[in-house]
Design a protein around this ligand. Structure first.
Ligand SMILES: [Zn+2]
Length: 304
């Protein structure tokens, strides 16, 4: 039988059979939760992130193959909080009644939660709170715990192994956190300003005040700032003694650079979805390691 003559149904059956024989197929929406799932799942799982490295999960456009990946998966883990609004329709269209789904934000103390009722007419892309957890190690710890739990639901037979891998990860993280805090301690209390609200948890954890206003360079999450907004941001940032501008490659880096130049402070352009692209970032801990090193370097005046 040639490959061509296989019907789609037959291909699906073969895929299901090979999945049963081997590792559990796990899907995440981000590269950093995929990394945590690999760490906790070990050799029991094959893990893939739907959003590839180097792409922003905030405004990802699903590709045709994503449907097939969800169809074949056993476990699908999202961050939640509307970060993956684009994934809802995919899951219902994927025709996978056995799929185990998990939202990973549970237990994290949310920042930027709107006080009143949610008004979608303003187009706020984070209507239920800030979903950008990746650079807060304590959020990473909670995500890892939630991932271990979800893996155990999808594959109860390997629950003990996942618990052991989680404990190993937590121990490593505790050691790493001590080093990160020491490295950034000299700069604690320094005001920073970010393009999008992707660093709020980092700023809170390590003690870098983000002045409000302007809060972010964006006037509203997901909107490119107008020239009038840029001037306002520069004025406010000067007033509040901002010492570092932070952006990610998905945004208008030239605006961030202009603001940094006008303030005479360094700018950091860091890909928060870069695990697997940057050789220094092979997993969650080495990614946070890289963030901490680059922030320290910029604030120490060596990376201007
Ligand atoms: Zn966002």
């Amino acid at each position: 039988m040639t490959k061509k003559s296989l019907s789609l149904a037959a291909v699906l059956l073969l895929a299901a059979a090979s999945a049963r024989a081997g590792k559990m197929r796990v899907l995440t929406t981000t590269v950093y939760t995929a990394s945590l799932a690999k760490t906790i799942g070990g050799d029991k799982v094959s893990v893939e992130s739907l959003v590839p490295p180097g792409f922003n999960a905030d405004n990802y456009s699903p590709r045709p193959q994503d449907l097939f990946k969800i169809h074949k998966a056993k476990l699908f883990m999202m961050i939640g909080l509307n970060l993956e609004d684009w994934a809802r329709d995919l899951v219902s269209a994927a025709n996978n009644p056995d799929l185990v789904e998990a939202e990973l934000y549970h237990g994290i103390k949310l920042l930027d939660k709107p006080a009143g009722s949610v008004d979608f007419s303003f187009g706020d892309i984070h209507p239920f709170g800030n979903p950008h957890f990746q650079t807060d190690p304590e959020a990473g710890r909670i995500l890892a715990k939630n991932i271990a739990e979800a893996l155990g639901v999808a594959d109860p037979a390997d629950k003990d192994l996942f618990a052991k891998n989680l404990a190993d990860f937590e121990a490593k993280l505790t050691v790493a956190e001590k080093g990160w805090k020491e490295k950034l301690a000299p700069y604690k209390g320094t005001s920073i300003l970010t393009y999008h609200e992707s660093w709020d948890y980092f700023a809170e954890y390590f003690g870098f005040p983000i002045p409000v206003p302007p809060k972010t360079i964006e006037e509203k999450p997901g909107f490119v700032p107008s020239p009038r907004r840029v001037e306002e941001v520069i004025r406010l940032a000067k007033d509040k003694n901002v010492k570092l501008i932070v952006t990610e490659p998905y945004y208008d880096v030239s605006i961030a650079q202009t603001i940094a130049d006008r303030l005479g402070v360094p700018m950091l352009n860091f890909d928060l979805y870069g695990i697997g692209l940057d050789p220094k970032e092979t997993d969650y801990i080495s990614m946070v390691d890289d963030v901490v090193s680059q922030v320290a370097q910029k604030l120490g005046g060596h990376g201007h």
